[in-house]
Design a protein around this ligand. Structure first.
Ligand SMILES: [Zn+2]
Length: 401
């Protein structure tokens, strides 16, 4: 092995690396070089680093057409098969449908992109459908931003997701009413008119309230009143779960409540809105979702929803709970971003300093790099902070973060 051989190999992989990712990186080149020139280590790692850094510097100064021309003169090893996401042992040859359920109260954050990409990947792996379902049934505390609906779809398309269908929960209200009515008729749900404080106390103590044991006819009348005359905070619809469940939040959780706020899509058509667990479970069942991927913070929601599936006699979809992908810095939360946009500190949701998908795109990152990053991070339950160096290694056009 000669030094010349090492320089040649470094040059060859630096050219490919620069073409693949816009800029060659010494680490990537060294890894490839060691595979090709097995005895390179004899030169000593510090000498190899020197060589590679010099070569990378030269290559990164070359124009793209020259890089392409030079690449044609080399033979590159076949790309090894990508180590993808873990196989699902329960899959059993059937198509797997997944869904991504964003809230259109903001643009797509990189953390949401993780869940979306995992859903899209699994649907592709198992020839199923990948649906997008907007969770927009809380016009008061999470008011939808009309332009976010389109922006989120644009971002998902840019990320390379194959969307089989797009749904808005605010347009599926009649379906939730149907399920609510059915569960009331069957004695599995009831209208509770207790004061919020009483409900909280009962729940903590595991005590059933009088509403729970009301006669069926009275319960139906109360439901009709909830739809027409009761005001916000005066009545809620609860699912009968288990008032002695070890987790008090699971005890007869609230399915629907009254909200007096105009919705940007349905305006004032509806006052009784479903809460997350009810709407989500109805939709997952109706849309034949077989795999639900969601953040670990939703773990208890899986337990809550199991009572809904029991009540309707259906099978609960398989669930994978994944660790949240977070971003360091002052713009970590949606509320921080909204504040910074309002104050003029950021130019918008797609400002390159924003940890939204649009921000990353405007900052020069490639969709393929974000996907590779997510897949390589896997489906573990531990939260993680975005490793910018690692993402950059997967490919980015420019360094201006
Ligand atoms: Zn009650």
């Amino acid at each position: 092995m000669s030094e010349e051989e090492v320089i040649k190999s470094a040059r060859k992989f630096a050219v490919k690396n620069a073409l693949d990712y816009g800029k060659a990186r010494p680490d990537n080149v060294i890894n490839k070089l060691f595979v090709e020139v097995k005895s390179a280590k004899e030169l000593g790692i510090s000498r190899i680093k020197e060589i590679v850094e010099e070569v990378v510097g030269e290559v990164n100064a070359m124009p793209v057409d020259q890089l392409r021309k030079e690449a044609e003169s080399y033979t590159y090893p076949e790309r090894p098969e990508r180590v993808g996401l873990p196989k699902l042992d329960w899959a059993d040859g059937v198509a797997i449908n997944t869904r991504f359920a964003p809230n259109p109260s903001g643009f797509l954050h990189i953390g949401h992109a993780k869940v979306a990409l995992l859903c899209d990947e699994y649907a592709k792996m198992y020839s199923g459908s990948f649906y997008v379902r907007f969770e927009d049934t809380d016009p008061k505390t999470k008011p939808p931003i009309p332009e976010a609906y389109k922006a989120i779809i644009d971002d998902l398309n840019w990320l390379g997701c194959s969307i089989s269908g797009v749904f808005r929960q605010s347009e599926r209200m009649e379906l939730y009413y149907l399920y609510a009515k059915r569960l009331i008729d069957e004695g599995s749900a009831y209208v509770c008119t207790c004061e919020q404080e009483t409900m909280k106390k009962n729940r903590e103590e595991g005590t059933e309230c009088a509403c729970r044991n009301r006669a069926d006819d009275d319960n139906i009348r109360e439901w009709e009143a909830m739809l027409s005359t009761y005001g916000e905070g005066e009545a809620v619809l609860r699912l009968k779960t288990d008032m002695k469940h070890p987790n008090p939040s699971v005890r007869d959780w609230v399915m629907m409540r009254i909200i007096d706020a105009e919705h940007p899509i349905t305006k004032n058509k509806y006052r009784v809105w479903p809460l997350y667990n009810f709407a989500s479970a109805v939709d997952d069942h109706e849309m034949k979702i077989s795999l639900v991927i969601r953040g670990i913070e939703h773990e208890v929601n899986g337990v809550k929803q199991s009572f809904f599936y029991k009540a309707i006699g259906a099978k609960q979809p398989h669930t994978i709970e994944v660790g949240v992908l977070k971003v360091r810095g002052t713009l970590a939360h949606k509320s921080d971003i909204i504040k910074a946009i309002k104050s003029g500190e950021l130019s918008g949701w797609d400002d390159p300093r924003t940890p939204t998908v649009a921000g990353f795109r405007n900052n020069g990152f490639k969709a393929a790099a974000i996907r590779e990053y997510v897949i390589s991070s896997g489906i573990g339950k531990n939260p993680s902070y975005l490793d910018l160096a690692k993402l950059t290694a997967f490919g980015r056009k420019q360094e201006k973060w």
